[in-house]
Design a protein around this ligand. Structure first.
Ligand code: SF4
Length: 411
């Protein structure tokens, strides 16, 4: 089956607009991140917003924790290339100031702004301005009374109840431009809370594992939670919350959505073999060099780096373009067919040059270009394949000897 044909049906949700970016309904799932600068420092914050947008963020959140931050937002919003969400905790006045500053969305934490009259005042003002609000329930700051009500613990039910209670306040002022998150740092808890929330409401959902921590464990936790829900059709916008450069958050969000086929590919999807006893190059090093070379190029292709010509082109036959090493040469292949052979130290530069050619001229033009070299390339690949098999045999990983050794050790 064509991997691109597999789709995860999405649970229908309402659609809202965050500035000019649609969230929910059948709109593309969006990537969010958050600035870590002082919002009052509008120049530094804008620089970070530009970096986040370039890395794939569709929407960016900035804290609005003090009056100076709201003043910063008034300078930031007109110059931002993406919609801005103001993050509000504790003081509802900051929400009113952020709205006045022209933000495109608010995020309110129901555990931190508790007075119904304050919540309704913000919702009324947001309604008058047509600005949506994210109800951002957080397992770590759950409303105290709900915490007690649910047995002095944070449960999925308590988190959903907190979101529904907030929706009820909003409904009293007839406000429904809502998206919701029920984040927790505990992955199973977060997954179950979103599942229940998705049953209870059709408002669009913002997914995230809060305080996931530094990479690599943080990436694994965030991906486990977000990806599980996306595969179930739950989620309209996502954020990786990592203790790391927020640019990484934006990149990772984008990579996850692209790898799920939920967003069009913008950058290279680099695949590389894990290396084995048959490898004729340092696959990790060459793959890293290729990753660095493609990092800032907008090339929407799947590109493979393979350690040998024996299995490489076949193992990566679904890749648009790839290179496999053999006998100090790089064997370039397009869609699994050998098309050119180049010196080993030109492997990465050749990959980049052909990737740019395919992006610019198309795959057919690439095959046309390969006509002049493909017979020589095929012959060279056959020679190197045979040589590798002669040198390293059928069992390049010496599996039989290893199994025998392990058996002896266990005897
Ligand atoms: S057989 Fe070749 S392509 Fe496959 S993992 Fe080993 S080195 Fe890489």
């Amino acid at each position: 089956m064509d991997a691109g044909a597999v789709v995860f049906p999405r649970k229908p949700t309402r659609r809202i607009m965050v500035g000019d970016v649609p969230v929910g309904g059948d709109s593309p799932i969006t990537v969010q991140s958050m600035t870590i600068t002082k919002t009052a420092d509008s120049e530094a914050t804008l620089q970070q917003i530009y970096a986040l947008a370039a890395a794939g963020a569709d929407i960016v959140r900035c804290t609005c924790n003090e009056p100076e931050a709201a003043e910063g937002l008034a300078r930031i919003v007109p110059r931002s290339p993406v919609p801005i969400v103001a993050d509000i905790h504790h003081n509802y006045r900051r929400a009113l100031e952020a709205l006045e500053a022209g933000v495109h969305c608010l995020r309110l934490n129901p555990g931190n702004i508790r007075k119904p009259e304050h919540i309704k005042a913000v919702a009324q003002e947001a309604k008058d301005r047509g600005v949506p609000i994210r109800i951002g329930v957080n397992g770590g700051s759950l409303d105290e009374s709900l915490y007690r009500q649910y047995g002095n613990q944070v449960t999925p039910e308590a988190m959903v109840a907190s979101a529904l209670q907030e929706i009820a306040y909003f409904e009293e002022v007839d406000f429904d431009l809502i998206k919701i998150s029920v984040k927790a740092s505990n992955v199973p808890l977060m997954i179950e809370a979103y599942r229940q929330l998705s049953e209870a409401t059709d408002h669009p959902l913002h997914l995230g594992v809060t305080e996931a921590g530094p990479p690599p464990a943080g990436i694994v936790k965030a991906t486990a939670g977000i990806a599980t829900l996306l595969a179930e059709g739950i989620g309209d916008t996502i954020r990786y919350s990592l203790t790391s450069d927020p640019v990484d958050e934006a990149r990772l969000g984008r990579v996850l959505l692209e790898s799920y086929g939920l967003r069009e590919r913008k950058n290279v999807d680099l695949i590389a073999c894990p290396s084995c006893g048959r490898a004729e190059i340092d696959v990790y090093k060459v793959a890293q060099e290729a990753q660095d070379a493609f990092a800032d190029r907008q090339i929407p292709l799947q590109v493979a780096v393979m350690g040998c010509v024996v299995n490489g082109p076949g193992e990566a036959r679904d890749a648009d373009l790839g290179i496999a090493a053999g006998n100090k040469r790089g064997h370039l292949f397009v869609k699994g067919t050998n098309v050119a052979v180049v010196p080993e130290d030109e492997m990465v530069s050749t990959l980049v040059e052909w990737a740019e050619f395919i992006t610019r001229e198309g795959m057919e033009a690439a095959m046309e270009r390969a006509k002049a070299t493909r017979d020589v390339a095929r012959k060279a690949a056959d020679e190197d394949r045979r040589r590798n098999l002669d040198d390293r045999g059928d069992d390049a990983n010496a599996t039989e000897q290893l199994v025998e050794l392990l058996r002896k050790q266990r005897a």
